[in-house]
Design a protein around this ligand. Structure first.
Ligand SMILES: C=C(O[C@H]1C=CC=C(C(=O)O)[C@@H]1O)C(=O)O
Length: 438
């Protein structure tokens, strides 16, 4: 265990200031747009052109690495700013903004993309920018085995010896109340989360944290996003792909239903098999795949264009087993990844079912603002391609201070102790990379 301390008196919940950049810094497009003019509407983007010298409030460092490809971006060419943060408004505005940026680029510059993060509450402003600089690179495997069933266990943290195991009575009470409300019929599933505020002896080296979390989680979506204002960096290693779209083909890999990994290979395998057969976890998982199937039906031409396996499979992370279902769809022509992102988000993997009732329970039972936790992080291009992971196994890093987030799906049959233990293990994913778990 290192010198991490738990902050008992946590900072006020992170709020998201609307960032308005000074139009006086406006940079003119280098040449006239090549793309057709798009009419300005009240729901369209108000692109703000800014210098990209890194000194403006739009420095906006963004790192997002899927298991195979890494994207590094920084600087702000334009910021997406829409009056209404709903799917059609965002997708339309993003298209317009990317068309303008494409028209304004120098010869030889790569096609512009949109990068950023979307909060848990999609009606609140997202942090979406067209970066001034972007580069893609292959992710070099660090040698950690990707498939633990074949190659033995990954390093497993022991939460009972570390900070995440600290009792959180408020969370246990919230889970207890949620189960009673579910038993009374208020909803069928709700995902409840908690926070853990820790402080390192000195400012964290986020590059080292990213490398450590990638080593332990070769299949994760590792992100490090500079948030607007002084909100800090959103850093994490999500196991969950909401959607990737390439040339009209969508992949999604929803997860729900979890069990802690064990350092003992026999126990680890037995835990995984128990999870695969757990009625409670299968029920928790089915809410997610059913909801995604229903939404995606509206974005395919024919039922055969949507493939949703009937049963989930096991997915391993450094600390947990999950139930996961790999879904594919051939999208109706003209569908953008952002249309689908906003239509799906938030899924029952992070909110619950039915969505409105679950949101209400979260609002009344969670004593903090989720901000971008259980939101989305990723990128989109002008052709409608993109990749968006759910913001999980993460924290907001400000110098030496980190607010970690972890949640768990609650259904009838869940227990406060079980969900407390599960969230403790979920904290450990990032905390071990921070050096806070022995
Ligand atoms: C909400 C979280 O996990 C979600 C994703 C995978 C499995 C989950 C579960 O089993 O409860 C959650 O739905 C989190 O990691 O904070």
């Amino acid at each position: 265990m290192t010198g991490f301390t738990v902050l008992d008196d946590p900072a006020p919940p992170t709020k998201m200031p609307a960032v308005a950049l000074d139009p006086a810094h406006a940079r003119r497009p280098h040449r006239a747009p090549e793309t057709p003019d798009t009419p300005e509407t009240s729901a369209s983007a108000a692109p703000t052109w800014t210098p990209d010298d890194g000194a403006s409030p739009g420095h906006a460092e963004f790192r997002f690495a899927s298991p195979r490809t890494g994207l590094v971006a920084h600087g702000v060419r334009a910021r997406l700013d829409v009056p209404s943060w709903d799917g059609p408004a965002v997708a339309g505005a993003a298209h317009e903004l990317l068309a303008r940026a494409a028209g304004a680029r120098w010869a030889g510059e790569p096609a512009p993309i949109l990068v950023g993060a979307i909060p848990f509450d999609p009606s609140r402003p997202a942090h979406l920018v067209v970066p001034a600089h972007q580069s893609w690179h292959p992710v070099v495997s660090s040698g950690a085995p990707a498939d633990t069933s074949e190659e033995g266990p990954l390093p497993v943290a022991r939460p009972e010896h570390a900070l995440p195991g600290r009792d959180d009575a408020v969370f246990r009470a919230a889970v207890g109340r949620a189960v009673s409300r579910l038993e009374d019929g208020a909803a069928e599933k709700v995902v409840l989360a908690r926070t853990l505020d820790v402080s390192a002896p000195e400012p964290l080296d986020r590059g080292a944290v990213r490398a450590a979390v990638r080593r332990a989680n070769p299949d994760a979506y590792v992100f490090d996003v500079e948030l607007p204002g002084d909100q800090g960096h959103l850093v994490g290693a999500s196991p969950e792909l909401l959607v990737s779209v390439r040339d009209g083909v969508l992949h999604s890999h929803p997860l729900a239903g979890s069990a802690p990994r064990s350092a003992d290979p026999d126990e680890d395998r037995a835990t995984a098999q128990r999870l695969l057969a757990s009625e409670k976890d299968l029920r928790e998982h089915a809410f997610v795949t059913d909801a995604i199937r229903e939404v995606l039906r509206a974005y395919v031409d024919r039922e055969e264009d949507l493939d949703v396996p009937a049963t989930p499979e096991l997915v391993a992370t450094s600390h947990l087993w999950h139930l996961g279902t790999p879904l594919t769809a051939r999208l109706t022509s003209g569908t953008s990844v952002l249309d689908v992102v906003y239509a799906l988000h938030p899924t029952p993997a992070v909110c619950g079912h039915p969505q409105d009732a679950a949101r209400e329970l979260i609002g009344s039972l969670e004593p903090f603002d989720r901000g971008f936790y259980t939101g989305l992080v990723g990128w989109a291009d002008q052709a409608g391609n993109g990749e968006w992971a759910i913001v999980l196994r993460c924290g907001v890093v400000r110098g030496a201070d980190v607010r970690l987030f972890a949640g768990a799906g609650v259904v009838v049959g869940s227990t406060p102790e079980g969900e407390h233990a599960e969230t403790a293990v979920k904290f450990s994913t990032l905390l071990s990379a921070l050096g806070g778990v022995s």
